[in-house]
Design a protein around this ligand. Structure first.
Ligand code: BGC
Length: 396
């Protein structure tokens, strides 16, 4: 089932690349952020005509036309937002932005985070249903564990929107707003390869691989996207995974816990690198990247080339000072804005907006509203953050 989702997401990622213009993929990864994928696509071509190549590639995943307009709802309606935790900067930003922006748009927001605990998230969603929410926005702790409560929400006539992560194995979902997750992994791996060549001279390069939390549906997609780029280089001997640990299950970091990643890195270094240099590490996000770098510094290694994700403030500083090679920006403000745009459409009785990207969540094809992630290195940081005064401030 996971494989199917991954295959579909890969097709979706390819589709989103194609609708913004086939070719120039490499270039797009290196340069300033592309405009929001489907906004540009919708302007460029009517929905039925968009991405014919992708339709050929995945005919079963054509636009879901079943999303019908509802009756809409009143000003001041309650909107629930259930986030998985507040352990990384993106979720803290989402908490603040949803509270402020939903209130500013005239809604009554209930925004809660579940501290990585599935039962806590289920209870929070139940209470949002009891409180008469018209829409519930969910970033799941575990993509597969909310089926029953989300179906309960649907039965109560509530719209359910997945936020940043897919909602799996449930019919209780109307659409998901997220950044291309397979694409994110590809960008991380491309940056790792580029950094190795730039910083570490000629190969072969000794590397290790890290994945995110196994319950998070993004984590295997990030990893598989990255491996699609790295595996050929492992096969031809350019990259050597000295520990031999290349399966997602061996590399995953339970709960995205930085401390767990740091202790795995400590063990890898003491077990495999006492007489070797480590040149690079694939890291699924910024918190784990900083943990890996800290472990290498503690072990007296030269800092390896390390990838990241989220453009967290601390990592933006580390990228700027050369301590972390890259990160990937997936701006929370764009994702929250897209979500509120959909909520406004629902409020006005216009239903879920059209999109031509879908993903099989195990039981249905879910509409995906996909935004493009953008890789960040010291070379393009000023370009990427040109419209983000907070992060620009860190580039000094
Ligand atoms: C998000 C990342 C985040 C990670 C851990 C993922 O689902 O896409 O932005 O770093 O969760 O919180």
């Amino acid at each position: 089932m996971k494989k199917k989702i991954i295959a579909v997401l890969m097709a979706a990622a390819m589709m989103s690349v194609c609708v913004t213009g086939c070719g120039g993929r490499e270039g797009a990864a290196e340069s300033a952020p592309a405009p929001a994928t489907e906004a540009a696509a919708e302007e460029a071509a009517p929905a039925e005509e968009a991405a014919p190549a992708a339709e050929e590639a995945a005919p079963a995943e054509a636009a879901d036309t079943s999303a019908s307009a509802g009756e809409g709802f009143e000003d001041g309606a309650t909107i629930g937002v259930s986030l998985p935790w507040l352990g990384t900067q993106n979720w803290k930003e989402a908490e603040t932005m949803f509270k402020e922006q939903l209130a500013a748009a005239g809604y009554n927001p209930i925004v809660q985070a579940a501290d990585q605990k599935v039962p806590q998230q289920q209870q929070q969603i139940e209470s949002m249903i009891e409180n008469g929410a018209k829409v519930i926005v969910v970033g799941p702790v575990d993509g597969t564990q909310l089926g029953a409560v989300l179906e309960q929400a649907k039965d109560a006539g509530i719209y359910v929107i997945g936020y940043d992560r897919l909602l799996e194995n449930t019919t209780g979902v109307d659409g998901v707003v997220q950044f291309g997750s397979v694409k994110t992994g590809e960008l991380q791996a491309q940056a790792l390869l580029e950094g190795l060549e730039k910083v570490k001279g000629e190969g072969p390069y000794n590397i290790e691989l890290f994945g995110g939390g196994p319950a998070d549906p993004n984590a295997p997609n990030f990893f598989n996207g990255a491996m699609s780029v790295l595996q050929p280089k492992i096969d031809d001997g350019t990259l050597v995974v000295v520990s031999g640990q290349t399966d997602f299950t061996q590399c995953a970091t339970v709960d995205w816990d930085n401390a767990k990643a740091q202790s795995r890195m400590d063990s890898l270094l003491s077990g495999f690198y006492s007489d070797k240099e480590i040149h690079g590490v694939l890291s699924p996000n910024d918190g784990i990247a900083r943990a890996i770098i800290t472990s290498c510094e503690n072990a007296g290694q030269e800092i390896p080339v390390v990838s990241g994700l989220d453009a967290e403030n601390e990592s933006v500083e580390w990228v700027w000072s050369g301590r972390q090679y890259s990160t990937v920006a997936k701006p929370t403000d764009a994702l929250v804005a897209k979500t509120i745009e959909i909520i406004n459409s629902l409020k006005d009785g216009k239903g879920m907006p059209a999109t031509d990207v879908t993903a099989d969540n195990g039981v249905k094809d879910v509409d995906i509203y996909e935004l493009p992630p953008v890789v960040v290195t010291k070379d393009n940081a000023k370009e990427v953050f040109a419209n983000d005064p907070g992060r620009m401030e860190l580039l000094k």
